[in-house]
Structure formats: C-alpha cells, structure tokens
Design a protein around this ligand. Structure first.
Ligand code: 5GP
Length: 192
C-alpha cells in the first residue's frame, strides 16, 4: 500500500533491536484518515471471504481493528491480558510472548464472544515473530471458529512470523512488508 509505505518512510523511526517506531500515526497518536484507508484496503483484499468477527489483542490492536471493522460491519473482539485464572471455564485462554516487552502474557477471550459459527479475521498492527498471531489462532481453534485470514499493517519480513504462518497454509495479507531496516542510517527497504 503506497500511502502507508510513504508514511513509514517519512515518519517511521528505526530503533536498535529490530523495532520500528510508528508512534506518530499508529501506536500512540493515530492518523484516522490513514486508518480509514487501511480499513478500506483490508475490505478490498478480503472481499472474497465471509467475516463475522474481527479478532485482535490489546492494547495497540484495538483502535486499528475498530476502524477496520467499520468496513466489514462486524464486531471487534480483543483478547485481554489477564492475571485471573479460568476457574469456571468461561474463557478461552492462551499465552502470548510480547515482542516489544519481552514478557509472556496470559490472554483470554470470553466464550460469549467467539463460537464455532464465527468466521474470523485477525487484525494487528505488526507481525514480527508471529507470537501474537499464534496465540489468537490458538483461541480461534479452541472456539471451533473458522480462521479466514490474518490482516497485518506492517510485517517485518526479515523476522520469521509471516513465513511460519504462510507455511501452515494460513492466509496472511500485509499492507507493507519491510525487508530490511537499518538503525544507523534509518533506511527502510520494502518488499514488492
Ligand atoms: P510478534 O508477536 O509477531 O512477534 O509481534 C507482534 C506484536 O509485537 C505486535 O502486536 C506489536 O504490538 C509488537 N511489535 C512487534 N514488532 C514491532 C515493531 O517493530 N514496532 C512496534 N511498534 N511494535 C512491534
């Protein structure tokens, strides 16, 4: 997506440790005009599949998924980071290792909001090692719902999450794929 790549080139900041900061338009301040274009683009790409729920993980995924969901006209469900245990069996739960915070979270989704009838599109801001997507896919599998695809705004193609998911036959559509980035020069190269 040209508009997105231009924006990443202009405002993205490459940090040490393979982290791309896009706080000025995606992860802290959010450019709603750009998010609407992203929502339209995901709708165009996934127009061939039925979607009944969009699934993401808190926190940064929520705002993005909510805007994208307007174009699909379906609810957003977000996996919550939780300390509580699944005592009464009312939630699906899994563990997600955070790439940016380097710690493992328990995440849960209430069984009320995801069931075997659902056709789910996962939406997230970044795809790096694929831990967040793996966790959400676990939850979808537990619920018996159908995974229709994974929509990612920025995939870091030099990390293996995208390849691992695609090798499992999962449809992953990323609006921008970064092939390489350099924290000394700030250069970002996209895959086309
Ligand atoms: P993964 O689970 O695929 O390793 O990492 C994906 C999650 O980590 C995303 O939900 C995102 O919040 C965060 N993340 C991974 N890489 C980056 C990055 O380079 N920049 C930012 N801002 N977040 C990232």
């Amino acid at each position: 997506m040209e508009l997105l790549e231009e924006r990443i080139r202009k405002d993205g900041i490459v940090k040490a440790g393979n982290v791309l900061k896009v706080d000025s338009f995606l992860n802290h301040q959010i450019d709603i005009g750009l998010m609407n274009e992203i929502g339209k683009e995901f709708k165009r790409i996934f127009s061939d599949v039925e979607v009944t729920k969009i699934l993401t993980v808190e926190a940064s995924g929520i705002a993005i998924a909510a805007i994208v969901a307007q174009y699909f006209n379906v609810p957003v469900v977000f996996a919550k980071k939780s300390q509580s245990i699944n005592i009464d069996g009312s939630v699906y739960c899994t563990k997600i290792e955070s790439f940016t915070h380097k710690r493992v979270y328990d995440v849960i989704v209430s069984k009320k909001y995801l069931s075997a009838d659902d056709k789910v599109l996962i939406v997230d801001d970044f795809l790096a090692n694929g831990c967040a997507a793996d966790g959400l896919i676990d939850i979808i599998r537990e619920s018996g719902a159908t995974l229709q695809g994974v929509g990612i705004i920025i995939e870091k193609g030099f990390q293996d999450g995208g390849k691992r998911l695609r090798d499992r036959g999962i449809r992953v559509e990323s609006l921008a794929i970064v092939d390489s980035m350099d924290d000394t020069t700030g250069q970002i190269v996209f895959r086309h």
